[in-house]
Design a protein around this ligand. Structure first.
Ligand SMILES: [Fe+2]
Ligand SMILES: [Fe+2]
Length: 203
């Protein structure tokens, strides 16, 4: 099934990109475990729903949600996909966030025609950052509230997400930071940037 996506190039100029959703799903299935693939489908659906709520492009949001974990089952040491030194250093020092930043390499190698801004947005799904775009916030929040997350905070954030995405992002950053500190795990600084930015005026 072919789909079309409009990509803004500059003011008054855009490109219509044709992509095959079935092919993207097939490729994704070959890259990740079935469990993770099912998670990706659910995140895509939540992205759609949030995009609908916030008047964002539904197809773009779905695609970003779908591919966000495409690098999660990649073995950075044996894979044919070459990684930059920066990406490798993340696998060594911040393992849980590394797959998000390896996404661009996997997508470049395994998918065609996925617009750069979608890849860029999806790569912030784990840590978040300061001043995120609407698409970045949608993916970040959707990954946390997809229906088969079973922690208590999921419901809190889901309710928040449809009132204020910024508040939902702030809550998630707080939750993740809290979790990491409690488990005495390293904190990737972008998560802290995200936490500070979205909890500036939290009551
Ligand atoms: Fe992830
Ligand atoms: Fe995920």
């Amino acid at each position: 099934v072919e789909h079309w996506l409009s990509v803004d190039l500059k003011e008054n100029s855009f490109l219509i990109l044709r992509y095959d959703l079935d092919q993207i799903k097939d490729t994704l299935q070959s890259l990740i475990t079935n469990k993770r693939y099912q998670h990706s489908l659910r995140v895509g659906d939540v992205c759609k729903s949030l995009a609908d709520h916030y008047n964002y492009d539904i197809d773009k949001a779905y695609l970003a949600g779908l591919i966000h974990d495409a690098a999660k089952d990649l073995d950075p040491f044996t894979s044919d996909i070459s990684l930059t030194d920066f990406q490798k250093s993340l696998y060594e020092n911040f393992t849980p966030v590394a797959h998000a930043f390896a996404l661009s390499s996997v997508v470049d190698r395994c998918f065609f025609n996925i617009p750069e801004d979608i890849i860029q947005s999806a790569q912030w799904h784990t840590t978040g950052k300061e001043n995120m775009t609407l698409l970045e916030k949608i993916v970040f929040v959707a990954d946390f509230i997809e229906p088969e997350r079973f922690y208590f905070e999921r419901n809190v954030v889901e309710n928040l997400a449809y009132q204020s995405l910024d508040k939902a992002v702030g809550y998630i950053a707080w939750f993740k930071l809290n979790y990491l500190v409690t488990a005495r795990e390293p904190i990737y600084l972008k998560l802290l940037d995200c936490y500070n930015f979205y909890n500036k005026n939290s009551e």
